[in-house]
Design a protein around this ligand. Sequence first.
Ligand code: GP9
Ligand code: MN
Length: 414
Amino acid sequence: DSSQIGEIVNYTNAIKKPNNEDLEGIAKGKNVFVISMESTQNFVINEKIEGQDITPFLNSLIKSKDTYYFNNFYHQTGQGKTSDSEFLFENSLYGLPRGAVFFTHSQNTFKGLPSLLSQSGYSTAVFHANNESFWNRDVMYKSLGYHQYFSDEYYDITDENSIGWGLKDDIFFAQSMQYLRDLKQPFYAKFITLTNHFPFSLEEEDELIPEWNSEDGTVNRYFTTVRYEDESLKKFFEMIKKEGLYENSIFILMGDHYGISSNHNEAMAQFLGKEITPFQETQLQKVPMIVHIPGINNGKTIKNISGQIDVKPSILNLLGVKDKTDVTFGSDLFTEYPDNFTVLRDGSFITEKYLYTKNRCYDKQTELEIDGQYCKQYAERAQKELNASDQVIYGDLLRFINQTGYISDRSISN
Ligand code: GP9
Ligand code: MN
């Protein structure tokens, strides 16, 4: 009921770290591109296969003076996979312990990034060349406040231009341009890629690097589909420049979740040159997080420990959009007072010194298991945070928060 949300608001206010004031509004009124990179894990960044870069374009983007790269950024998804990732970064709430919130709670009141931005004059759209009801997106995108959803029906999909799960990424981007052109600016546009999805199938003509040579075909192919995705992203940026949209936009590129599950630990051990312990397995949950702001000329790699929960407040701060009705579990990624504490959906967490997973506490420096006492207080906080977020969803508690941020004992519709 409404008393529960009062407590939760106090709690989220208490854990929230201050926004970076120097960056507040730095991208005010600019278009926002978010690119969700399917199954893209951070371990491929700046790495090679047979002497060839796996992600040459992302590597060069990261090196740019206009890019902030977060190299300790974790996905926090559960069974809802891509949809959980979308939910996390657009609401700053966790997905659920079981099932996909996109399916189970699509009728809740949300204060999603798209609806907040549309209140600030943005038009909002999603581009994803899959069936519109996959992950119940057609329903959930309305709840999140999207104006438009360009699903598979908007694309010309043939046997020749598709592979694996559907339309090839580079064709997907190319065919999206006609719709993008017509969006009223400023816009918030989310693109969800697909080619780098298990089982990582690829036409030979699209293989830009050779498959790797381990005994694990899945891992071997993964590198080639990541490489292909990287090339598609490069072409995407070229198209955006040609459309004249580059200068007046910001770009957020984020991996949605892991692509290589723990079933492939043997090949991963070979690739990383070390045994895959629960510690390593948790570190493999890092995904790339890139914020590219043309002209900012102040880019750097930010090592703070962070996750998808932190994306929404970061975008809002860059755009200078304030919202009093917000209940967010994350903090601005650019904060000058990071708490370096990130919780994964299974209760694992990562701090500056410790990593906790599967009831084991690790020292990050030695990578060895240590006495559980060191992790105890953080483990409690992790549970508290996940439970509070779950309560918001199970109780549909955001309906009790009105436009001025006050809590009402009566349900208020958005
Ligand atoms: C499907 C795409 C992939 O539309 O988002 O879904 P996933 O299996 O990664 O959740
Ligand atoms: Mn996915």
